[in-house]
Write a protein that binds this ligand. Structure first.
Ligand code: NI
Length: 387
């Protein structure tokens, strides 16, 4: 079955929601207006249950099928924007200075609303579909907050599905793979405490800048020398901060960074190496070091059977030629991984065409992807909960 006719009829309305959300971006857990917008639409659709404030500002809705009891499956969209000044230009540009939907979560939210409207009208399934509108994806906390608020147990969810738009893939094409599709993402802070002093008398100091430089250099050997070359991994130092003048050796400096890997074994290995290199290098120089290492986002791991099921659904919706079932994984992290950690399911990428990249000031979600995205959600529910 191709793009559903009814979804084509709803296109203008869904695109209107998308642009409204784009104009009113909200960040982190502070997605109050967005959550209210979502909840109001869900009320209009006549869904069976609406729960506000799940995981602080998340919204959960339940639609019961008309073919009796069955499992409950969850579809998840993220609602939050980014602290970016939008390049602007289009009529629906952000009206909030310093906030922007630069990751397309406006599109994700609007598409899931579109699917909710259709599913509440037709209910051609057994069991329950649980619509999960999540805050705070970009800060990596929203999924966990909703889980800790009992998401899976309160609604009896057996499977969970996600979708993220992807620039560089033709508009409305669907790409996925079984296994790891997005990386584990860790962030770290390394504080190096030396002994400050006069820049011309280095022998009386313990120079934390030199120690920091040695650590940055040595961190480059983790991926190049200690991770299997066949396994993708990244260690990046993103901030090197310290010092106040050209003639002063500072007391302390601070490094920030991130690490990515496609297996949790590699992620844990990198954590161990970053900590050891920072600690031992500082120790050799007589400096003291504090390492905060936060293994915040696990690998986004698609279940093998569910990935096969979602591939079949995607092919039904957009046709074989527009589905890539062995896409290349992405080294960015996605906090939907916390949900896939607890329930089997699949995250797919929905092509956003030749747009600017995610998190870029000129990015915009492509409304042309809406029919494919919404039809995929609907057919997934009707296929998984087939009466
Ligand atoms: Ni995103």
């Amino acid at each position: 079955m191709p793009i559903l006719n009814r979804v084509s009829d709803m296109y203008d309305e869904i695109a209107f929601w998308r642009r409204h959300l784009h104009q009113h971006p909200e960040i982190g857990f502070e997605v109050h207006q967005t959550a209210e917008f979502v909840a109001r639409r869900l009320e209009e659709f006549g869904v069976n249950e609406i729960h506000r404030g799940v995981g602080q500002t998340g919204v959960v809705a339940v639609i019961r099928g008309r073919h009796g009891d069955g499992p409950a499956i969850a579809l998840r969209a993220d609602m939050d924007a980014l602290p970016i000044v939008e390049a602007g230009g289009q009529p629906h540009a952000s009206t909030i200075e310093g906030a922007m939907h630069a990751c397309g979560h406006d599109g994700h939210t609007a598409m899931l609303l579109g699917a909710a409207k259709y599913l509440a009208e037709t209910r051609n399934f057994k069991g329950n579909v649980v619509l999960v509108f999540q805050p705070a994806e970009e800060i990596g906390s929203g999924a966990r907050a909703m889980i800790e608020d009992g998401l899976f147990d309160r609604f009896g969810i057996s499977h969970v599905y996600g979708m993220h738009n992807m620039p560089g893939i033709p508009v409305g094409d669907i790409a996925l793979k079984r296994g790891a599709i997005m990386a584990a993402s860790a962030k770290f802070t390394i504080r190096i405490h030396g002994r400050g002093g006069h820049a011309a008398r280095p022998h009386t100091t313990i120079d934390p800048i030199v120690v920091g430089a040695q650590i940055v250099g040595a961190l480059q050997t983790i991926v190049s020398r200690t991770v299997d070359p066949i396994a993708p991994a990244v260690v990046t130092v993103t901030r090197f901060a310290g010092g106040t003048a050209d003639n002063i050796i500072p007391e302390a400096i601070e490094l920030w960074g991130t690490a990515r890997a496609l297996s949790m074994a590699d992620a844990r290995h990198i954590e161990e190496r970053v900590t050891a290199i920072a600690t031992k290098t500082a120790e050799a120089a007589g400096a003291r070091v504090e390492v905060d290492y936060n293994q915040s986002i696990p690998v986004t791991e698609n279940d093998t059977d569910e990935a096969a099921f979602c591939t079949r659904i995607a092919r039904e919706v957009v046709g074989d030629a527009r589905v890539d079932a062995e896409t290349v994984p992405v080294m960015a992290g996605e906090d939907f991984s916390h949900m896939l950690d607890r329930r089997p399911g699949t995250l797919v990428f929905l092509g956003n065409g030749a747009s600017a990249g995610l998190h870029h000031p000129a990015y915009d979600f492509s409304d042309e992807a809406i029919p494919a995205g919404v039809s995929y959600w609907i057919r997934l529910v009707e296929g998984k909960l087939s009466p």
